[in-house]
Design a protein around this ligand. Structure first.
Ligand code: ADP
Ligand code: ZN
Ligand code: MG
Length: 492
């Protein structure tokens, strides 16, 4: 799988089966909030994007943002959900300083959408993880516990986030390993980014995940008692928290105890979870239908209008790129990481002489350099049209691989795009056949054993000579010419 992991010990997994279900909250990228006209924007000065509706002042009435319904429906369709023609908003009541109304508008027994699924890779192909429901709700404000001179004794409240439109996506308890949970989340995020309903930025809280996990002895049908882990702010930490939690629960069971149903918090510094509240202290939300909002009707015409906006989704795009451009599964996975990246690749691939070489350059030269500097593809100094030019120059034998690597390095150092660096540096190339032949002669004279091998039938040894001459020419020999001349010399 994608990143190294310590994993749950094989011994534990031989005896116990983990069961995992994920609840994911996603902020929708609408211009305004769910039930009022306040801007829906992250990072504004505290308590500036508020009005009587989102502050819950007496007498203020909510009006549903149609765009939020559109985005939620788009996400639901992309996740293979059935969209209910009629769904109901409900009040979820609880008391907390960041919730001035005293309730959150959500959906309860009649959600917007149900019965979806996401496919994740598995040992024997793919596995479907069920999505129980996708419903709409509003976000709460934020308590600010630190960052102020008097933070030791006070907590401040920022209500800008109150009323931000959310969707909650609840999975079936179909996930069986922390790796599978990681894959599910990765796919989910990809799909949401492709549909552009959210920026899914975990640091800013636009995507948040609660993980439910239990263990049961292998062979037992009945699920074990679950714990819910909250406060986990990256997919990697979710995987780590699940691994920790599985081992903890097995230890409890094996020492004769029983797992209690509770909410636990992940502590990233210590790499463990702590009990926050048990089932006995769990909230009773006293759900009831929201009297200020009519039932939400999503009719066929609206569903069709939204369905027409569905982009080609990541899985389908990967399959198409593989067949259309003849690239590998791995290349396709890298290139479809975001829709913008895939778009750029496709325009470069269409412009370049050999799409496979474009894919190859991205995989071998670009992603490694991006990773090294923790850059996103969107931050790459080298554009896709830059890559297309590099691929063509390499294809035409006008750049050796060493020269190409150097130009890439320079681009990353100076922040220039490839064409600019290439124009300036115009790497020297030796295309004079007699000069190359002289170097070949020199290498042949110095390596009689390899010459013997080649002439004894081991034709692959020619690559050794090409490499040696390339080195001797400081990477400047014209690769196409060099290849040709080496073989001619060795054969002659
Ligand atoms: P609750 O009533 O505690 O909110 P739900 O039945 O609504 O529980 O499920 C919440 C999440 O927990 C879902 O994602 C579901 O798949 C998952 N889940 C339910 N039961 C278990 C279990 N025994 N072990 C692991 N996950 C579970
Ligand atoms: Zn408002
Ligand atoms: Mg529930």
């Amino acid at each position: 799988m994608s990143t190294a992991t310590t994993g749950v010990s094989a011994d534990i997994l031989a005896r116990y089966e983990p069961v995992i279900g994920l609840e994911v909250h996603v902020q929708l990228l609408t211009a305004t909030k769910a039930f009022c006209g306040c801007p829906n924007r992250f990072g504004a000065a505290p308590n500036t994007n508020v009005c009587p509706v989102c502050l819950g002042l007496p007498g203020a009435l909510p009006v549903l943002n149609e765009r939020a319904v559109e985005f939620a429906t788009l996400a639901a369709l992309a996740l293979n959900c059935r969209v209910n023609e009629r769904s109901i908003f409900a009040r979820k009541n609880y008391f907390y300083p960041d919730l001035p109304k005293g309730y959150q508008i959500s959906q309860f027994d009649k959600p917007l959408a149900e019965h979806g699924w996401i496919e994740v890779p598995s040992d024997d192909g793919t596995k479907r993880i069920g999505i129980t429901r996708l419903h709409m709700e509003e976000d709460a404000g934020k308590s600010l516990h630190d960052g102020f001179p008097d933070s030791a004794t006070r907590t401040y409240v920022d209500l800008n986030r109150c009323g931000t439109p959310l969707i909650e996506i609840v999975s079936e308890p179909d996930i069986r390993t922390p790796d599978e949970a990681y894959e599910y989340l990765t796919r989910l995020k990809e799909i949401l980014l492709y549909t552009a309903v959210s920026d899914c930025n975990m640091e800013e809280g636009s995507l948040r995940c609660d993980a439910n996990v239990s263990v049961r002895p292998r062979g037992q049908e009945k699920f074990g008692t679950k714990a819910e882990v909250k406060n986990v702010n990256s997919f990697r930490f979710i995987r780590a928290a699940l691994e920790y939690e599985i081992e903890r629960q097995v230890e409890v069971l094996e020492s004769g105890g029983r797992v209690v149903q509770e909410t636990r918090l992940w502590n990233a510094n210590e790499g463990r979870t702590y009990s926050m509240r048990s089932k006995e202290q769990a909230h009773d939300y006293r759900y009831f239908p929201e009297p200020d909002l009519p039932p939400l009707i999503v009719n066929q015409a609206f569903r069709d209008m939204v369905a027409a906006q569905l982009p080609e989704l990541p899985e389908a795009r990967r399959a198409r790129l593989i067949s259309e451009y003849g690239i590998t599964d791995q290349d396709a996975a890298t290139l479809t990481a975001t829709r913008a990246f895939a778009d750029q690749f496709e325009s470069a691939a269409r412009a370049a002489r050999n799409p496979r070489r474009v894919a190859n350059l991205v995989q071998s030269e670009l992603t490694s350099r991006l990773k090294l500097r923790s850059l996103d593809v969107a931050q790459s100094p080298i554009s896709m049209s830059g890559i297309a030019l590099a691929a063509d120059l390499a294809e035409e034998g006008k750049l050796s691989s060493k020269q190409l690597k150097q130009l890439f390095d320079t681009a990353f150092e100076t922040g220039e795009d490839f064409p600019a660096v290439y124009e300036r540096e115009k790497p020297q190339q030796i295309s004079d056949a007699s000069a190359i032949e002289a170097m070949i002669d020199q290498v042949i004279a110095a390596n009689p054993k390899q010459v013997e091998q080649y002439r004894g039938g081991k034709k692959t040894v020619s690559a050794f000579f090409v490499g040696q001459v390339m080195k001797l020419s400081k990477g400047q020999a014209n690769p196409a010419l060099l290849n040709e001349l080496v073989v001619r010399k060795l054969d002659g």
